[in-house]
Each structure stands twice: as C-alpha cells, then as structure tokens.
Design a protein around this ligand. Structure first.
Ligand code: NAP
Length: 296
C-alpha cells in the first residue's frame, strides 16, 4: 500500500534508499541540508521539502539517515525540526548510526507527540542500499517494528529485532567494532606480507584458504589492491562509530582494549586528511609507516 513518507538525509545511503521508495510508488517528501542532492529524487517524483518539519508534515512514516548524533538532534529538535510537525501515530525509522542514549531521548520526544520511534541501524553499505538488500538491526516497540515491516522490506532483505529502544544501535556499534578491527588487522597483515616480498594476490589466496577468511576482507581486498578508495563508507564515519562504541563500552563497564588501539589508528588516518575516503584507506596510513604499497 502506498504510504506518505517524509525522508531526511540524502547522503551515500539515503539517496538510494529514498529512490527505491519513490520507485515503489510511495508519496515522498525529501529533505537534505545541502539542496544540490535532491535532483534525482525530484526527477523520480518526490516533493522537495524546505525543512525537516516541512518533509514530515503529512507523513505517516518518517525515515532519517544522517551522519551522527548531533545531526539527528538538529533534524529532530532544531529549528524547523520534525518535532514541530510530527503527526500523532506516525512511525519514525532512524537509520543513522548514533549514540543509543541520544536515540532513546529522541524516542521519548517523539512519544510526547504521539509518534513511535525505531532505532533501525543498517549494514550493507551503498551497494545494499541501492539493491534494497540492507540488513536492519532494530530497537523499539515490537508492535511498531511489525507495523513498519512493509516499508522496511522495501529497503532491506533482513530485519533483526533486537529489543527495546537503543538495542538496535547497541548491536550496530558492536558490529562496527568487529568490522573496523577486522579491516585494520587485515591491512596490517597485508602490509607485513608485502614488505617481506609476498605478493598481495598470493597472500589473499592464503587467507581465503584459511580460517581467517572473512566476507568484509573478501569484499575490500580488490579495492585495496587497486588503490580505489571511493567512499562507500567514509573513514570519518567509521571513526565516529568507534568513538561511539568506546563511549558506550565505558558507560556499560566493558573493557575494550583492542577497540582503543584501532580507534586511534582510524583517528590518525583521519587527522592525515583521509576522512572523506572509504575506510579501507586505513591501509594507506599503514603503508606510509612501513614504506610499501599493497597493490597488484
Ligand atoms: P553521508 O553520505 O556523509 O551523508 C550524511 C547525511 O547527513 C547527508 O545527507 C548530510 O547532509 C546529513 N547531515 C549531516 N549533518 C547534518 C546536520 N547537522 N543537519 C542535517 N543533515 C545533516 O553519510 P552516509 O554514508 O549516507 O551515512 C549516513 C548514516 O548511515 C551515518 O550515521 C552512517 O554511520 C550510517 N551508515 C552508513 C553506511 C555506509 O556504508 N555508508 C552503512 C551503514 C550505516 P549534507 O548533504 O548537507 O552534508
């Protein structure tokens, strides 16, 4: 059934997600802080809203996917934020990776307007968003999750209910801790092997034949070998997630010593100006230290 959807955030992830919903025949109003990014959605029949409040004034479903906690707070509680016009009964699906604590606060504010909030973090990157094959990790009220499923199914192939508000994000921060660490360690190993004289393609064959094989490194290896760091997931956003995970781990009383070290490697690469590149560009930071390039 076509829904009236307010969509906020047309970045790497939001743009293809919103396009999929427009193509599925929903009535869409879109908002992006930088107006230049709305052309494709307008061409697909969406109304371009002048503010977050304008995007959601008629919406029964609201989707948000912006950079970080501050961005979500800005589009929700800021001037012309969604709280000004959010309809009672609306469902807000926030797919931004943000602090679970901030997300719970947003859920309370939405409830004060009679609306429901799901933290609906995603994995699958740009390709998954384009193909409508994202995996969602969702926190919030179970009935709201069930009611949002028809829309969520048009954006993703797997939807995992994690429990109450904030638990989707808690899972997402754990997942990105693992993913960022795997990519960093993969890069360290490949820099070592290359420096010693083992060809990267030979090393990959070894890894792929061993228990160290992993989906994320299979996926990233060809990009690293070509030196192609086109941002599918910008390094600065991975670093943001590691900061969030460290803060969350501290609040939960969970020691995460490896996360502490890996986070600083991403921080150093970001400080060197690599933040806008894909997070696989972490390899170039390690390559520069070792004086070798992992290229085929
Ligand atoms: P992106 O391309 O950098 O897009 C970020 C979006 O947030 C843009 O629309 C940006 O608007 C908007 N924004 C930033 N600050 C804002 C503010 N203060 N007020 C209003 N809008 C603001 O990032 P992305 O890759 O799409 O990621 C979006 C979210 O999804 C992030 O939380 C990220 O961690 C998460 N995520 C990303 C991936 C991935 O592979 N890319 C995968 C899973 C989850 P402007 O255009 O005006 O800058």
């Amino acid at each position: 059934m076509p829904e009236t959807i307010g969509f906020i955030g047309l970045g790497i992830m939001g743009q293809p997600m919103a396009l999929n919903l427009a193509k599925a025949g929903h009535k869409l109003a879109v908002y992006n802080r930088t107006s230049g990014k709305t052309a494709a959605l307008e061409a697909a029949g969406a109304r371009v809203a002048s503010s977050p409040a304008d995007a959601v004034r008629d919406a029964n479903i609201v989707i948000i996917i912006v950079s970080d906690s501050a961005a979500v707070e800005a589009v929700v509680t800021g001037k012309d934020g969604i709280l000004e016009t959010l309809r009672s009964g609306a469902i807000v699906i926030d797919s931004s990776t943000i602090s679970p604590v901030v997300s719970r606060k947003m859920a309370c504010l939405a409830a004060s307007k009679g609306a429901s909030w799901l933290d609906a973090a995603v994995t699958g990157s740009k390709h998954g968003a384009e193909k409508g094959e994202l995996t969602f990790m969702i926190g919030g009220d179970r009935a709201t999750f069930d009611n949002a499923m028809p829309i969520l199914k048009q954006l993703g192939k797997k939807h995992i209910y994690c429990g109450l508000h904030g638990l989707g994000l808690s899972a997402k921060l754990a997942q990105n801790t693992i993913q960022a660490t795997m990519v960093e360690v993969f890069c360290e190993g490949f820099v070592l092997a290359t420096k010693a004289g083992v060809k990267p393609e030979v090393m990959l064959e070894i890894i792929q034949s061993s228990m160290a094989r992993a989906g994320i490194t299979d996926f990233k290896a060809p990009f690293i070998f070509k030196g192609d760091f086109t941002p599918y997931f910008p390094l600065k956003l991975m670093h943001k997630d590691l900061e969030l995970a460290a803060e969350f781990g501290y609040a939960q009383g969970v020691p995460m010593p490896v996360l502490g070290a890996v986070k600083e490697v991403y921080m150093a690469a970001k400080a060197q100006g690599k933040g806008e590149q894909d997070y696989a560009a972490i390899v170039t930071f390690l390559e520069e230290l070792a004086g070798v390039k992992v290229r085929t």
